[in-house]
Structure formats: C-alpha cells, structure tokens
Design a protein. Structure first.
Length: 251
C-alpha cells in the first residue's frame, strides 16, 4: 500500500495569487515548495484510488482506465473541481464514493457523465477486494468524510477538512493503531476554530490517537510561513506534508 500526496495546500494554494511576501516569492522560484489543491493517490498493486479531485489536470495525470475509483471527502469546489472536465470522458465509468450530500457541487449530480456517485454511510466499512474503507464523519461546513484504509496488516487515515474530530471518530482511530494519519492543519497555532484545524488542534489529535506517523496537510499560507521558521518545534513523529511526498506500507 502506497500513498502519494498529490496536493497539500488549502484552497488558496501556495504561492497565493497576488501575494508578494518573501515566502510566496520563494515558492515561485522553487517549484518543489508549491502547494496545490489537497488530494492524494492510494495504490495497491495495479489499483489506483484517487482521494479528492481538486487537481484540475486529472485527465493528464490519469489516462483513461488508470483510475480504479475516487473517494471524495466533501463537495467543496477545491476538492471536486477536477471532476467537471473528467466527467465528459467516454467509454468507461469511474466509481465515486462520497458523503451523502444531497446538494453536491453545482451540476455534478445533474450531469455526472462517466462518474458513478455512490454515497456512503458513516462507519459502514466498504470492501474493495482486499481493501477495507471506513467512512469517518468529520466536522466541516458540508457533510464531510475522512477515510480509514486497511490493507493486509497496514492502516492509514486521511482526515481533511475538519475542525477537531467527533467523539466517535476519535474513539475509532484511537483504538485502531494507525500506521499513518494524514490530517488537516490549515492555520497557525492559536488561531482557534474556523472550519479547519489549527496546528495546536492537529498536534492534540496526534497525541490522542498516537499513530506511527502523522503528516500535516491542507496547509494555509500563514502556517506554511510559520512552519518554514519553526518546523523543529514539531514532535518527532509529525512531519509537514509536501506535494509529491510518498509513504509506503509496510515501510
């Protein structure tokens, strides 16, 4: 089982359009530091599962037939915008597992094209061959799921966008013994609650759940700047996610 972070940025990305701060100038000069829309790719053998679809070049990234399925955390535009072009493909169908959000986003439900939306129920495990996937309710402004992925002896949780965790989700993850937790960390420490975790909340969840490794994602501009100066303050098992970072299990 291998997880690749395709994007680790908040909705504004990094660099931020029109921002001329020193850090945004640095990121423009160093493409490896850029943060694109938050998403990931889970691979098991020749199966490829996309987690969120905010990348706008999905047709280029994934030739026809190369995606097994898509998991959506929720229907905010920065997590689904890549689907608006992809849906007009021909000759195939792509399963899209998602939260039960009757509003969806714009006209995706009305004109799904090749996308076969399949709303899931919280905590009801889905089996895709030997991959177990449990949708976990999160705390956000739209119905939102994180996902617990289990394969062989390995497990990982992907948790964005969220502001803390509901008690049942926290209990599920605490009791599970995760190898990896990828978690929303959008704001600088002390920012409080605005629909996403600040760093204090993300680190408190890391301490409560105690996975083998925690990776921060959905990182906003100000936190990106803060982390560049203070990354040494993070606990040893917590790492800052980067676009293109790869995590394999077993390691």
């Amino acid at each position: 089982m291998r997880l690749t972070l395709l994007g680790t940025g908040s909705a504004s990305g990094m660099p931020v359009y029109g921002c001329e701060c020193d850090d945004c100038r640095l990121v423009r000069a160093e493409p490896r530091l850029r943060r694109s829309p938050c998403s990931a790719l889970l691979e098991i053998g020749d199966r490829r599962y996309l987690i969120d679809a905010g990348q706008t070049n999905l047709a280029e990234l994934f030739p026809a037939g190369s995606l097994t399925a898509i998991f959506l955390t929720h229907f905010h535009p920065d997590h689904v915008q890549g689907l608006f072009h992809l849906r007009w493909g021909r000759g195939l169908t792509i399963p899209v597992y998602c939260p039960p959000d009757s509003n969806g986003c714009a006209d995706l439900y009305k004109h799904p094209g090749i996308l076969a939306f399949d709303p899931q129920r919280k905590f009801q495990k889905l089996w895709l061959e030997d991959l177990g996937v449990t949708p976990l309710p999160l705390i956000h402004s739209k119905p939102t799921f994180g996902y617990l992925f289990e394969h062989a002896e390995s497990s990982l949780a992907y948790l964005t966008d969220t502001d803390g965790l509901p008690p049942d989700t926290l209990d599920c993850l605490r009791d599970h013994g995760l190898d990896l937790m990828v978690i929303d960390s959008s704001y600088v420490p002390g920012s409080g609650h605005r629909g996403h975790n600040d760093l204090d909340t993300a680190l408190a969840l890391d301490e409560a759940i105690a996975p083998g490794k925690t990776v921060l994602t959905h990182i906003g501009h100000d936190l990106d700047v803060w982390l560049r100066a203070h990354a040494d303050r993070l606990p040893s098992r917590v790492v800052v996610g980067r676009d293109g970072a790869v995590f394999s299990f077993p390691e």
